[in-house]
Ligand binder design. Sequence first.
Ligand code: DOR
Length: 444
Amino acid sequence: MNADVALLVRSGRIIDPACGVDRVDDLLVAGGVVSRLGPGPLPPGCAIIEARGFILCPGFIDLHCHLREPGFEEKETIATGTLAGARGGFTTLCCMPNTAPPIDSSAAVEQVKAIAAAEGVVRVLPIGCVTRGRAGSGLAPLEEMARAGAAGFSDDGSPVSNSLLMRQALERCRDLGLPVIDHCEDTSLTAGGQINEGEISARLGLRGMPAAAEDIIVARDLALAGLTGGHLHIAHVSTEGSVDLIRRAKDKGINVTAEVTPHHLTLTEEAVVGGGASAKVNPPLRTKKDIRALIQGLREGVIDAVATDHAPHTDAEKRLPFDQSPFGISGLETALGSLMSLVHGGDIDLGTLVASLTSRPARVTGRDDLGTLRPGAPADITIFDPDTEWTVDPAQFASKGKNTPLAGAVLRGRVMATIYGGRLVYRDGSTRVGELERGFASLI
Ligand code: DOR
């Protein structure tokens, strides 16, 4: 469907935290932008999507995913990763630079943008490296990459271990108005580590990664953000200690934002007992106590956003012996269903969840045109059914990465359609046309 065709999304429950909207209404899209919320005349030839019984919200923004291109196309490509994003309700994907070669130059940023423009189905915002080659020893050309369109900088997969470089990166990014996104891990404490250090690592005889390894670098980074005034964004927060440190820093007015993944919010270290390497991820899944703190942090806004850290790997890699298998979970297509378990369980309210996937990550990127259904904003829209139950079958993923500890799990909450820039880029196939009363019945 072409973006020039007007589209009415009818009778959905519209939740747009950026505008304080939560009501059942119609939404009209025209010329690729949101044209109107509420009733009114329809342009000739207007297509209609029936969304009664469904939630209609701004397209989700993922601050952190791995699209693997260039260099690791056997794991994912920008084409397959953006399709997976669309299936998961994401219309904006910030992709991490641990590619081969790493995205550490303006040419590399341009290359990702060009592939995304030609082959992607949703918006891709490239993140550039903090250090040259992600090698940790000298800063990458940050200004040049910013001019080419980098949305922030990170050596994700690795921390910026050198404190002086981290300080300099924050200073330069302060002037650029972009975040430095740190993967907080003291690698001297985690070397050889496989899972969280605790009861399970002891029982399984696997080397552990202590929570302190994360907390130490979070504390250092917060000190450097205080010193420089630069925008620090903390990737995949996984510990109670980090949440406490970020809360205190925010209280002091330090320029920090943070994200948490669906897996760290919903799964504990126990998942490796049944799930093996499919649950091997860095930072590792932690404990119930950490999960409680993460949920509380998200509720309070201490943690700003949910980001997937979608990390696709091949089946062959994930079948290797546990200690040789790579870290990572394929997360774009299960994010909403997993997160809705927190809503159904009464841990967070739907408005907070939608904000954590839309207006709040938009604020982290500084893009105030995104994450809202304000008239004039790009028509990036996610339509989901909060109640449909479905069984996770990785074979059905658009992502090449079938690596999920949720295979076979029943999730409640499913993306029914995703609209990007006024175009329908995904529509759930399981709902039969004819179920007009509750279902998504396309009239287009
Ligand atoms: O589990 C992870 N996988 N954590 C990271 O930090 C990197 C990522 C990857 O690139 O596979």
